[in-house]
Write a new protein. Sequence first.
Length: 231
Amino acid sequence: MRALTQAQDTCEQARKNDTGQLTDAQQARIGQLATDLPAIWNDPATPARERKRIARLLLTDVTVTRTRTTITAHIRLPAGQHHTLTTPVPPTAAQMRKTPAEAVTAIDELLDHHTHAEIAGILNNRGLTSGEGHPFHRLTVRNIRDDYHLRSREQRLRDAGLLTLPETAALLGVSTGTVKAWHHAGLITGHPYNDKGQCLYPPPGPNPPARTQGRKLSKRAALLTAPADST
């Protein structure tokens, strides 16, 4: 009981001595806090918990609303002041990894004349990167083509009237091997539609290669690949 009485007396005496007036030094220090606060808040060494404590001391309440494109915060301060802050909605992780529109457009144009590996090399030479900031690879180009539903190079060539290897061989009346031999010899034109070297061919013109040329090329190939005489 004596301890309680002494504590009450001490508290009462302190209340009487408190005039409620700040000294000049105290007022100067409080004024300095307004300048120090931004530095403290932005200091990387300031823990997140301390920023939360500062926010609780400075803010009465915050009301946040969101639309499809913006986030708006209505802030009320203890002195009755109000502030409204509006910021764009940050992009999602998927949006941040999204392939740049410039690259998608370039791939769509390049598919008219190039395979996936060729397109990857062209884009890298132009300094373009994927949505994740990596250089392009033929598989990256293929995936982008599929994701954006771009027509494949094979489909574009077919739409332009080019023929498959069996179709070309049937029209020329020769084997598919002969068509390949003629293509490699430069007698007919073939357009690669993938990175494996598979081709589509324009319809034969009025003067296609003669069948005898195919037989000559086959004999020449056989001679080049035949084993040397050991005697």
